[in-house]
Design a protein around this ligand. Structure first.
Ligand code: PAF
Length: 253
């Protein structure tokens, strides 16, 4: 497995693969890899001839008070994981390589990005769309793999690909959870033992919503109220949003 750090070298490798008629799978990540990322790599490995995993902590998608500086970074560990999953290239550019001096072009989506997580993270999806667009242009993947944990991100990227007629198939992969239900996330390492236990209220609330729906409840308000009550009973939890929305338009249902 190779680690490539420049856009020029990555593009040259892609051009050589394309000349051989090989298909390319991309798993975009910000590193701090966990089993969720590994499942994306496995999906890419089984679907494509060559697999590229990008490891780039994208400053554009972090707000001024967010954790850009402290975001966990360990390339050696990440490269070991990627290699064990059969990845061919880890693309690891630095910030100047992705956003050189006088960088001035951004991808802004008009709707879908100002609700849910976007409401409390202004500019986040502009950063995500811009970097994912750049990664697609550099790696030219046939398929790109994203986790369903970041459901809004997945919906936004699907819409961007559709709106801009991009030649890539976006594949959504199931959430990978710890045994007790906590969704795997690079940011779980920030949680104290007490907070980690409290965080389980999220998966319990989702399971409760699912249980009610499966039992025949068809009022979104009733399901959401039950979920909110469960979360509010956890003293360490503070709700940003609990919503039931359509996949495509991210509109309340
Ligand atoms: O989901 C992530 O890790 C990031 O948002 C992504 C898609 C790699 C873009 O930086």
């Amino acid at each position: 497995m190779e680690i490539i750090t420049t856009v020029a070298e990555m593009k040259a490798r892609v051009a050589a693969w394309k000349a051989e008629g090989l298909t390319i799978g991309l798993t975009p990540t910000m590193g701090a890899l966990h089993e969720g990322h590994m499942s994306l790599m496995e999906a890419a490995r089984s679907a494509c001839d060559r697999v590229v995993t990008s490891v780039f902590v994208n400053p554009l998608q972090f707000g001024p008070d967010e954790d850009y500086d402290n975001y966990p970074r360990d390339l050696e560990r990440d490269a070991g994981i990627a290699e064990s999953k059969g990845v061919d290239v880890v693309f690891h550019p630095n910030v100047e390589e992705m956003y050189p001096e006088n960088y001035n072009t951004y991808v802004v989506m008009e709707t879908l990005t100002d609700t849910l997580c976007g409401a409390s993270r202004p500019g986040h999806f502009r950063g995500v769309c811009t970097v994912v667009n750049k990664l697609f242009n550099i790696v030219q993947p046939d398929k790109a793999f994203f986790g369903q944990k970041d459901a809004q991100q997945l919906a936004v990227i699907r819409r961007m690909v559709r709106d801009l007629n991009m030649n890539v198939q976006v594949v959504g992969c199931p959430i990978v959870r710890e045994e007790d239900g906590l969704a795997k996330s690079s940011r779980n390492t920030y949680l104290s033992a007490e907070e980690r236990t409290a965080a389980l209220v999220l998966s319990r609330a989702v399971a409760e919503g699912q249980r009610l729906m499966e039992a025949g409840e068809r009022s979104a308000a009733t399901v959401l109220d039950a979920m909110k009550q469960l979360i509010e009973a956890e003293p360490l939890a503070r709700i940003d949003y609990v919503e039931m929305v359509s996949w495509d338009g991210i509109k309340p249902v």
